[in-house]
Ligand binder design. Structure first.
Ligand SMILES: [Fe+2]
Length: 94
């Protein structure tokens, strides 16, 4: 059984991982709309990886008979001034 404090922290981290996934998906959408399919695919892979991190925590909470508590995901940026700006933003986020 998880303590409430640990469960809350794990749930907050799930939200952070899903926010990261959403950010990278937004970057993928940005590049897709700009005709840069390679960059779009690369960010889509990153989005999937971050979702995977969230799901590991999700499954851990469930395995310990805890309760996953999904909170709203705050808005992510949607556009950048250049491809370099996207990568600089992703590096800063990491
Ligand atoms: Fe992550």
């Amino acid at each position: 059984m998880l303590s409430k404090k640990v469960e809350d922290a794990l749930n907050a981290q799930i939200n952070a991982e899903l926010w990261s996934s959403y950010l990278y998906l937004s970057m993928s959408a940005h590049f897709a709309a700009d005709g840069k399919a390679g960059f779009a695919n690369w960010f889509r892979v990153q989005a999937s990886e971050e979702k995977g991190h969230a799901m590991k925590l999700f499954d851990y909470i469930v395995s310990r008979s805890g309760k996953v508590d999904l909170q709203p995901i705050t808005e992510v940026p949607k556009s950048w001034n250049s491809p370099l700006a996207v990568f600089e933003a992703s590096l800063k986020h990491e």
